[in-house]
Design a protein around this ligand. Structure first.
Ligand code: AMP
Length: 195
């Protein structure tokens, strides 16, 4: 049973490394960004609500995001654990996650944080914009997303560190180097989960 959150600023490589980390732990990945993008593509009501926030680099309101996650975490495939990619991102979301897990008699094992130099991040995101054409990868929106991350999400790292469940990974290096570091943390967590 391993429940892990993967954190890091936009462009830190959460999406890239989430699958490997989850694969190593044997749990599914739940990415709120992917769910929102799928809803936008499917033109659902949730997608229509979320789109303007995604396009502006703002967070989708907590009540919308929390309701979506609450429903997702009730699904059967989360029974043996899961990796959350991009959630929680606010103090309110973190409290809701703790509450959902407590109601299921479970708790968070780790918050894995990918740390990258901000200028490296802007470069990475602009390159991703050329390849993937994401509507939120323009320079103005990228800078806004960093600001929102610093204001709303960074404080969570401090509180997870105070709980002793925070694992920081230097993710400025190339993908293969970072992947090795991610595997090392996964193995640490796997060992802890068996105890
Ligand atoms: P990501 O793919 O994780 O970078 O997320 C892309 C966008 O989806 C974010 O910039 C937000 O607009 C929205 N989003 C994803 N996860 C959350 C969340 N936990 N809370 C609020 N908005 C989110």
């Amino acid at each position: 049973m391993t429940i892990v959150v993967l954190m890091g600023p936009p462009g830190a490589g959460k999406g890239t490394h989430a699958d490997h980390l989850a694969g190593r732990l044997g749990v599914p990945v739940i990415s709120t960004g992917d769910i929102f993008r799928a809803q936008v593509a499917a033109r659902t009501e949730l997608g229509r609500t979320a789109q303007r926030y995604l396009d502006a680099g703002e967070y989708v309101p907590d009540e919308v995001t929390n309701a979506m996650v609450r429903e997702r975490l009730a699904a059967d495939d989360t029974r043996l654990g899961f990796l959350l990619d991009g959630y929680p991102r606010t103090v309110d979301q973190a409290a809701v996650l703790d509450e959902i897990l407590a109601a299921q008699d479970r708790s968070l094992a780790a918050a894995v944080v990918l740390q990258v130099d901000p200028e490296v991040l802007v470069h990475r995101l602009l390159r991703r914009a050329e390849i993937e054409h994401r509507s939120d990868d323009t320079e103005v929106v990228i800078r806004r997303r960093f600001q929102v991350y610093d204001d709303e999400t960074s404080p969570l790292i401090t509180s997870y560190a105070a709980r002793g469940i925070h694992y920081e990974i230097d993710a400025s290096a190339d993908i293969d180097t970072v992947r090795v570091r991610v595997h090392e943390v996964a193995d640490l967590l796997g060992v802890a989960a068996q105890r």
